[in-house]
Design a protein around this ligand. Structure first.
Ligand SMILES: [Zn+2]
Length: 79
C-alpha cells in the first residue's frame, strides 16, 4: 500500500500584510477611525466609519455625514 502522504504544497506566500494601502488605492471605500470636526477643529477618535456614515463630534455635539471621494479624501457634511 502506498503511503498517501501529501507534500507541503500549500503555498501561502502571497500575503501582503506589510503593504499599507494608501487612500488612492482604496478610494471611496477607505475607512477612518478618527476625524477632525469642521465646526470646532477638535480631533475625534471614532468607531470605524466610511463613506455615507454619520459621525458625531464629542466636543461640540454636531452631526456630520462622512463623504469619501474617489481619492480617499474625507469630507464632512453638516447634517
Ligand atoms: Zn466639533
Amino acid at each position: 500500500m502506498a503511503p498517501s502522504n501529501r507534500g507541503p504544497s500549500d503555498d501561502y506566500s502571497d500575503q501582503d500584510d506589510d503593504e499599507k494601502k494608501t487612500g488612492k488605492d482604496l478610494g471611496s471605500k477607505r475607512k477612518f477611525d478618527e476625524f477632525e470636526c469642521p465646526a470646532c477643529s477638535a480631533n475625534n477618535p471614532f468607531d470605524t466609519f466610511g463613506n455615507g456614515d454619520e459621525v458625531l463630534c464629542n466636543w461640540c455635539g454636531m452631526d456630520f455625514r462622512a463623504v469619501v471621494d474617489e481619492d480617499g479624501k474625507l469630507r464632512l457634511k453638516e447634517l
